[in-house]
Design a protein around this ligand. Structure first.
Ligand code: MG
Length: 164
């Protein structure tokens, strides 16, 4: 039986994943508008991945006979217009997501809800990847500095990301 506290926490996480999607879509639009079409595409694919995360949590609740509750998604607000700052903002956001998933995992364990804890392990591993990916992008744009050729070479590289 899934604990009510875990259901509540997962529903909050569903909202956070949709917010993440919205945030990445906002970043994608901004980078695209600034001529960084490659990074814009990378961020758009990340938006789609965040939608899948939300759907995965929804599916999990349904599988366990609990009801997903959808709530208002906040607007992403003003997105930085420089790629390095976008990458830094993305990293900060991913750290928050990791902390949130860790908290749900701890709660599931405390509640003796092993099935939820086991399900959450996939997300714990996923967050390690998300943090590494965003950190790599910070390093690349950071190293490029104001070198326009380097910036656009990185942009081109990021645009090669494939839809998974
Ligand atoms: Mg996510």
């Amino acid at each position: 039986m899934i604990s009510e506290k875990v259901v509540k926490a997962v529903n909050d996480q569903i909202n956070m994943e949709y917010y993440s999607a919205f945030l990445y879509l906002g970043m994608s639009n901004e980078m695209d508008a600034k001529g960084y079409r490659g990074y814009g595409k990378w961020l758009f694919l990340q938006y789609k991945e965040e939608m899948e995360h939300a759907e995965k949590f929804i599916g999990f609740l349904q599988t366990r006979g609990a009801e997903p509750v959808l709530s208002t998604i906040n607007a992403p607000g003003k997105v930085p217009s420089v790629p390095l700052d976008v990458a830094k903002a993305a990293y900060e956001h991913e750290m928050k997501v990791s902390a949130s998933i860790d908290k749900i995992y701890e709660l599931a364990n405390k509640e003796g809800d092993h099935a939820s804890a086991s399900f959450l392990k996939w997300f714990i591993d996923e967050q390690v990847e998300e943090e590494e990916n965003t950190r790599n992008i910070i390093d690349m744009f950071g190293a490029a500095g104001k070198d326009v050729n380097a910036l656009f070479a990185i942009d081109h590289h990021l645009g090669k990301r494939e839809d998974e």
